[in-house]
Design a protein. Structure first.
Length: 561
């Protein structure tokens, strides 16, 4: 290297830092130094890489390929903590171990690698996001935590300070790494699934389960990992025959998570599922959930009503709570008293009085709702209508001057009407109280960085449209559609994030049909004749506008149409 390096920081850059920033850089974990340096110098990652390259004389590689033999040489703990990995370079000098890292190596890292590598190392720089991805893909999430080798490296501090650590330090670090990676991936759920000879861990990201790359030696830590999760959730670790439920308060940097924990016994060991609820997650408004201007106008009109029920329907994980919270924020004002009854509370609504149900002590939706009516509310949000008692109290509340929001599990919007009647609610009450029903799904959004526009392929598009209850005539005037490609930012899936698809139903014009208890099919047909746009057609509009694809729409909707 042409420039003396201290802690991986060339002197030319070190001179631009304050004494305090230099000290912070030296004391920071190696895998956090690049981001800290970006902040201290107020530059982007790309600019910093360029400056590091000029100052250190190291070349920058944007898309390196991993060297499998080199991966075997370096222990996972060194690779993970120092964010370094071996790569293959066409035409590179034989006998060299080519290594990439976001920062030039410090003296200690060079010494560690010399201990394990017989080949002489040659260093290159690479974007930190790329290095982190390659390290995770090849050593596994938390690979450095469970590594038995790696020399005398400093211990990693457990991130969750609120939970007493009653497990081996390596397992504590591993569980923290898995949860931190889940946060970074934007996962909503994490599943620990014991198999015959290994422990499988999967994240649910954008509604899709993705396998987590894991260390090779994970199986022997299985029991300790499950016990660690149960300790964090304050569950009975000696009880392995019965399901248990608990919760974890987990802090990862600025992210504060309320994690709901569920265990069930399986033939190999207990399976543990975690639902991640980010307490500081930015709430969505109607624009961000994906409602078009026309849809927003319809909803806002009903939100101005002084009373009535607005229902949002769909399967688990379809974003119903997010939509209701968007409605609450739309109408929230000092003139209104808002009360919510939820399980769990996913978003904090400023100014609202939010109640968490606790069935174990008798605080159910129905009980909390009954008490809420004595609190002089203007608007009530009931997380879910699960039974006749809750349904009847909600309807009575709406008929006595309250605006009520709630959710139901039905496939389409008209199905909410028949569901309430099937629960035992009188049809005339349903017809009088329900002002609006919105069925929704979440479909994956095309990655904005790699999606491309291509001519319509009729051989693919027509069967997809038919699966959704449409036909070739719906392609009239459509010559191009956007398609997924795949890049680093979307994990090569072609999709990143999700967008809502909505079916909006006004029951009032069909009041007589509701009272006569017509079938859901007939109610749906009449609603469509009255102008309701079904989910499939609403989704087709999202496809034409470039938000998603027909294939993604079919995956979400075809079985329900």
């Amino acid at each position: 290297m042409s420039t003396a390096v201290r802690h991986g920081l060339p002197a030319a850059l070190a001179d631009r830092l304050t004494d305090e920033a230099r000290a912070s850089f030296a004391e920071a974990p190696r895998d956090a130094r690049f981001k800290l340096l970006c902040q201290a110098l107020s530059v982007t990652e790309a600019v910093l890489l360029d400056e590091l390259s000029k100052a250190s004389g190291l070349e920058v590689l944007d898309e390196p390929a991993v060297d499998p033999e080199g991966v075997k040489v370096l222990p996972a703990r060194i690779a993970t903590e120092s964010q370094v990995i071996a790569v293959i370079l066409p035409g590179a000098e034989e006998g060299r171990l080519n290594l990439i890292s976001p920062l030039p190596p410090d003296a200690e890292t060079v010494d560690w690698i010399a201990t394990f590598a017989a080949r002489r190392p040659k260093w290159y720089l690479a974007p930190p996001e790329r290095v982190a991805q390659l390290v995770t893909d090849n050593y596994g999430v938390g690979g450095g935590s469970l590594d038995d080798e790696g020399g005398d490296l400093p211990e990693l501090e457990a991130a969750n300070q609120d939970v007493e650590a009653d497990a081996d330090a390596a397992v504590v670090r591993f569980v923290t790494d898995v949860l931190s990676q889940a946060v970074a991936e934007g996962a909503t759920d994490v599943h620990f699934e014991p198999q015959e000879n290994n422990l499988r861990i999967r994240y649910r990201v954008d509604g899709i389960l993705i396998p987590v790359p894991l260390p090779d030696n994970l199986a022997r830590f299985q029991d300790a990992i499950i016990s660690r999760l149960k300790i964090m959730a304050r569950l009975n670790i000696s009880e392995r025959r019965l399901p248990q439920d608990g919760r974890i308060n987990f802090r990862d940097g600025k992210n504060v998570l309320d994690i709901r924990v569920s265990t069930i016994p399986t033939i190999y060991a207990e399976s543990v599922s975690l639902r991640l609820l980010n307490q500081r997650k930015e709430a969505y408004d109607m624009n961000r959930i994906g409602m078009s201007p026309d849809e927003q106008a319809v909803v806002r009109k009903v939100l101005d009503y002084p009373h009535g029920i607005i229902l949002v329907t769909g399967p688990t994980g379809s974003g119903k709570s997010t939509t209701l919270n968007a409605f609450l924020r739309e109408i929230n004002s000092p003139e209104l008293r808002l009360v919510t009854i939820e399980d769990p509370i996913e978003y904090e609504v400023p100014g609202a009085n939010q109640v968490q149900t606790k069935a174990e002590i008798g605080l159910t939706f129905a009980g909390a709702l009954r008490s809420t009516l004595r609190q002089d509310p203007d608007v009530i949000m009931v997380g879910e209508i699960r039974d006749l008692e809750t349904a009847e109290i909600s309807i009575r509340a709406s008929l006595t001057g309250h605006l009520v929001f709630s959710t139901l599990h039905t496939n389409d919007a008209p199905g909410a009407i028949t569901r309430l009647i099937d629960m035992g609610v009188e049809p005339f009450l349903v017809g009088s109280a329900v002002e609006l029903v919105i069925a929704q799904r979440l479909v994956r959004r095309l990655c904005p960085d790699c999606a491309k526009t291509s001519p319509v392929n009729k051989s693919r598009a027509v069967p997809a449209l038919e699966a959704l209850g449409m036909n070739e005539s719906d392609l009239a005037g459509v010559t191009e559609l956007r398609e997924p490609v795949g890049c680093r930012r979307c994990r090569n899936t072609g999709y990143r994030g999700r967008v809502g698809v909505f079916e909006i139903f006004h029951p009032k014009p069909l009041h007589d049909l509701i009272i006569n208890r017509v079938s859901n099919r007939e109610l749906t047909e009449r609603a469509i004749a009255n102008g309701m746009r079904p989910l499939a057609r609403a989704g087709w509009e999202k496809v034409k506008s470039g938000h998603t694809t027909l294939e993604e729409l079919v995956r979400n909707l075809s079985s329900n149409e």
